[in-house]
Ligand binder design. Structure first.
Ligand SMILES: [Zn+2]
Length: 386
């Protein structure tokens, strides 16, 4: 059985393979919900993973197909292997429109370590790390102790409207969930993430001439403004909440009392308690004006994954990193992702297992090759021993 330390030494010989695969995956652009590009990318990933996986499935989704890869485990109940599989959660989509690669191609900087290009950090590098982790295990004649499933959704960057169904399905029965999102600065793992929701608040009022019959009308805009002010006050009363009114529309012209108005509201919350209270305030608004009608619709929702400093999975990963001679700091994230779901369900979850870097979603996005190789060894070591 390979020692974790050997896995790291071997991983460090994989630099050229890593760069080749990284460039390939970055060059195949994958804007969210682009079915044709998702199909090309999915076929590429399936081919590379098939070398080590037992089975690949392409569950359909609106936009483009997701991908699930399955590996069997070598452990038995006799050797103390607990039941359940390890779930790896990833996404193939990026926030960048097709064509970005022509302007900003995959590039390795002169330092021989820093890689740039659309999606290098979020999260094409993470997918390469998984490929290499599985390659490391097969090269050393090792196998994952427990069965492993890798779920790659293609709509994460738009809130996983369909992909979260797949994550929930494969989280069932998992003993641990490793999220492959980019880590916090310095490569720190995420062991808690704020939840996020997008809600549309619509108001119907009564139109009237603003000069002659103003008293007959009910201004939907005035009602919306009052509602937003009271929601803002409600959000401000929670130290771990944030509210952002992202868009606002309504009315027709200055001499007409507006009969309609609506706003799209973004909410963030760090604890389930705040989530419940804030969602109730937003979803059950009480009209200030008697004849105004309010309605709401939830456009997307990710539950809060409250940080638990005693997360046992995180402790295991930190211990394993220690045996590799690597530091592995821990933290919590202000942004949400697919692991919010598994963390909120109470399944041991750690995220941020992608390579270190910075600048996700921006022009300055970059990631570290040496970190990618370390992550491959860490993931391989975890799968081999847990
Ligand atoms: Zn991501």
């Amino acid at each position: 059985m390979a020692e974790p330390v050997d896995l790291l030494a071997l991983a460090r010989t994989f630099g050229d393979t890593a760069l080749e695969r990284w460039e390939r995956l970055v060059s195949l652009e994958t804007p969210s919900a682009d079915a044709d590009r998702a199909a090309v990318f999915g076929a590429e990933l399936a081919t590379s993973l098939a070398a080590t996986a037992d089975r690949i499935a392409h569950p359909p989704g609106p936009g483009g197909d997701h991908l699930v890869a399955y590996w069997s485990g070598s452990g038995t109940a006799d050797d103390g292997a607990r039941p359940g599989h390890t779930l790896l959660v990833a996404h193939s989509d990026t926030v960048f429109p097709a064509g970005t690669i022509a302007r900003r191609p995959f590039t390795l900087a002169e330092d021989g370590d820093t890689v740039t290009g659309p999606g290098v950090f979020d999260m094409k590098g993470s997918l390469v790390a998984v490929e290499l982790a599985m390659e490391l295990l097969s090269r050393t004649g090792a196998a994952p102790r427990r069965p492993v499933r890798l779920v790659v959704v293609n709509d994460e960057e738009i809130g996983s409207p369909d992909g979260s169904r797949l994550v929930a399905e494969h989280a069932e029965g998992a003993h641990a969930v490793l999220g492959l999102e980019p880590p916090l600065p310095g490569g720190a793992l995420k062991i808690g993430r704020r939840g996020v929701a997008r809600i549309r608040l619509s108001v119907r009022g009564v139109a009237a001439h603003a000069g002659l019959d103003a008293a007959l009308g009910v201004s939907a805009i005035d009602e919306l403004v009052d509602q937003l002010a009271s929601l803002r006050a409600a959000a401000a009363s929670f130290p771990d909440a944030a509210l952002n009114v992202g868009t606002i529309t309504g009315g027709t012209r200055a001499n007409v009392v507006a009969d309609h108005a609506e706003a799209e509201i973004g909410l963030r919350y760090a604890s389930p308690e705040t989530e419940r209270a804030l969602m109730k305030a937003v979803l059950e608004p009480k009209p200030v004006r008697e004849r105004a009608t309010l309605s709401t619709s939830t456009l997307s929702h990710r539950p809060a994954w409250a940080m638990n400093p005693a997360n046992p999975l995180a402790a295991e990963l930190v211990g394993l990193a220690g045996t590799l001679g690597l530091e592995l700091p821990l933290g919590s994230s202000g942004g949400a992702g697919d692991t919010n779901l598994t963390g909120a369900l109470g399944i041991p979850t750690a995220d941020g297992l992608g390579p270190a870097g910075a600048g996700a979603h921006g022009e300055d996005e970059h990631a570290s090759l040496s970190s990618l190789l370390e992550r491959a060894a860490l993931i391989a070591g975890f799968l081999q021993t847990h």
